[in-house]
Ligand binder design. Structure first.
Ligand code: RP5
Length: 162
């Protein structure tokens, strides 16, 4: 059977980011959202990164998620090459992710990056935010998102403390 066209592209600056970013991929899988994950670096593979992101709109991709750590310019570089929504996930780093957070979140006005939390929570939330964006034009997906929230709330309400 032919694979569905990816609706989301997940980029990460290094394979070392995958352990965290797998959580974004798993979350999209939970919602049945087709996506493609690639290691592409803003500084190690600048040309390939620009080409891949520039082509995303033509491939009918709707959201780009970009994760990087350290002097984390990947999400900003992605945003420079597409008008698709770009969600940035700062990776934990030698400076506990503070460097990654600031370099991802502090985009100068004009080229936006929607920045999520540092690490795993950011990876999961980037996927959930991508689902919310796609759900604007996808009633089935919106239903799944509402169900996810309900199940999450029920879990909290049923917590037992010993
Ligand atoms: C960034 O540098 C990557 O996104 C990664 O978070 C960090 C360290 O990369 P490696 O040295 O582990 O390849 O580009």
């Amino acid at each position: 059977m032919a694979q569905a066209k990816p609706r989301v592209n997940i980029l990460m600056g290094s394979k070392s980011d995958w352990e965290v970013m797998k959580n974004a991929s798993d979350t999209l899988n939970q919602f049945g959202v087709s996506h493609e994950c690639r290691v592409l670096s803003a500084h190690r593979t600048p040309k390939e990164t620009a080409e891949y992101v520039s082509g995303a709109e033509g491939r009918d991709v709707e959201v780009v998620i970009a994760a990087a750590g350290g002097a984390a310019h990947l999400a900003g570089v992605c945003a420079a090459h597409t008008v698709l929504p770009v969600l940035g996930v700062p990776m934990e780093s030698k400076l506990m992710g503070l460097d990654s957070l600031l370099s991802t979140v502090q985009m100068p006005g004009g080229i936006p990056v929607g920045t999520l939390a540092v690490g795993k929570a950011g990876a999961v939330n980037a996927a959930l935010l991508a689902v919310a964006i796609l759900a604007n034009k996808d009633p089935e997906l919106r239903k799944k998102l509402k169900q996810f929230r309900e199940e999450q709330a029920a879990k909290v309400l049923n917590e037992k403390l010993s």
